[in-house]
Design a protein around this ligand. Sequence first.
Ligand code: HEM
Length: 511
Amino acid sequence: MELVILVLCSFFLLALIKFLYDYLWIPLRIQHILNSQGIKGPPYRFIHGNNKEVDKMRKEALTKTLGLTDEIFPKVQPHIYTWINRYGRNYLCWNGPRAELVISEPELVKETLKNTEAFSKGKISVYFDKLLGNGLVTIEGEKWVKHRKLANFVFHGESLKNMTPAVIAGVETMLEKWKGQEGKEIEVFGEFRLLTSEVISRTAFGSNYLEGEKIFAMLNRLSIIAGQNIHKTGIPFINKFWKTADLIESEQLGKGIQECVMNIIKKREDKVVNGEADNFGIDFLGLLVSAYHDSEEKNRLSLEDLVGECKTFYFAGQETVNSLLAWIVFLLAVHGDWQEKARREVLQIFGNQNPDPDGIIKLKTISMIINETLRLYGPTNGLPREIRREVQLGKLVLPANINLHVQNIALHHDPHLWGDDAHLFKPERFAEGIAKATNHNAAAFFPFGLGPRSCVGMTFATTETKIVLSMILQRYTFTLSPAYVHSPTPIIALRPQSGIQIILESLHNDA
Ligand code: HEM
């Protein structure tokens, strides 16, 4: 009996020592190392780090609406805004016991994003794993090289040109629904949700929105849960035995998505098995399924990877462009002069014909508007990285096992980089290209990331956006509805909290 008590006591003592080591000793040590190099930040608080402060600031920001200003940084990332102003452009904060170095100095950002070996993608939370796990956004090493090759092939060059008719067909379906809505209110974030879902379904998966409908609904719910849990502290040992409602729901959603994706894959396989097709197809799904069946092991994709890539592209291909389109329409509804300039350009290049690849590359004003929208209302809320071993970044020597957080909105709204009018919508700053738009050339503007891990869907996203805008501008003028409330909110991408309501007027009396 005494022996049992002794063993139990020793076990609890060891567990306590390990707990104090992880939750007290390591954080205080890292804090000391970085403080001594001039990096300051909100002090580490036992177990929770700064999560409670972040949660409080974010909840307060959610209840506030803005006037029609584009100075959205304090509302969208209130903690980062506050701490950059208090502690400087690079500061240390705490996600639970995990150190997070937030960097918003262009030279350091460039160095971080270009060096994928020292600054890797890092571990993702269980929620993000359900959303993007085993897909291109999160994988690394040789597996990443293999997957990136496949995606590069599909989302660039000729393959991309061949997608134009599918995008146009999707926009036509949306515009057909808009007929008869002139003078009435339309909520465009929801409209673009359907449209971007339809477009990625048609172009990457050779199916229509209805087939992916359930997947999109589940991914959407999962993204809301994942967003809510970014700053929640989990204690691994306790979480094994006690699951939160969010964790249970996300596990169910993860299973549901997996089943639906498997059905879509199976349908594609059945076509070949039944002799309806002699190959799996040349769209993204076709290439993935072919790689899954590849006879050479080194080229083969596992089932997990196949499912991971499908959900990654369903999600990344839809959510981001949905956000971008909605904010462009918002800005053009407010800035009628730029809406008019854009329309003039579209009518000059395409007349009333549908957009074509040769004309799309000539859309200069629209490109300026897209860049300025990405600067002010970029869809992504930070680029996470991880340091696994001690590494030098600029003059800093960073210890192992800390996270890095590259905050694009901090740079995109920084008056030192963009001038005193940084918070104003001025597409003309991009008139001579991205390099000349800012007084700093290192990494002031990177809405699609930088270096090897930059966005594989960039050209696809901008082409889709240009087609959609051109086709709307050819038919309608639009203004903001008086019902609109300005409240940009970061979920995973930046969303309008209650949608974007506009009023359409037809350019043609017969519409
Ligand atoms: C306006 C639209 C978009 C924006 C602003 C955007 C932004 C980004 C950014 C910032 C990254 C880099 C993340 C990092 O370094 O951690 C990224 C990566 C990625 N994006 Fe996009 N994206 C957009 C559209 C798309 C689309 C349409 C697709 C798919 C068709 C896509 C698929 C991906 C993938 C798979 C990666 C990971 C690439 C890799 O690590 O090799 N994105 N995106």
